[in-house]
Ligand binder design. Sequence first.
Ligand SMILES: Nc1nc2c(c(=O)[nH]1)N=C([C@H](O)[C@H](O)COP(=O)(O)OP(=O)(O)OP(=O)(O)O)CN2
Length: 130
Amino acid sequence: MNDDDAVITLIGRTYSFESAHRLPHLPDGHKCKNLHGHNYRMEVVMRGGVDARGFVRDFAEMDAELEPLLKRVDHRLLNDVDGLENPTAEIIARWFFDRISNCASVRIYETADCWAEVAAYGGSLKGTPS
Ligand SMILES: Nc1nc2c(c(=O)[nH]1)N=C([C@H](O)[C@H](O)COP(=O)(O)OP(=O)(O)OP(=O)(O)O)CN2
């Protein structure tokens, strides 16, 4: 069974990391301008054709791709990471999205009920599906 123009197959996996940040562009007095931390949860979705194994991507391969990226942010001050000088949930989601192959979306939960997502639509789908 092959995907066609109208159908894509997506896979997803959830990751977590703990980081500190401050949001420098907020006005004085905003609590999030102060240094504070979050237990971030991240949902990554990849797209692609289904291969002979029946996989878009082995979840273990997904982990191997994510691991070095997670190491760059876990137990770090995000503001010190290149590209995350203003580490809002939106910008963190974009940072991961730009670094993950065949990425369909990245959703970052800063708290249990606040999230930001970057997603590829139509012509902006990245990478070559396998
Ligand atoms: N659109 C966005 N808004 C906010 C972001 C963001 O990244 N994108 N970030 C923050 C702060 O980092 C803040 O710590 C998180 O928001 P908040 O809902 O206030 O969460 P808290 O759990 O810290 O607050 P409670 O008072 O406990 O609800 C703000 N906005």
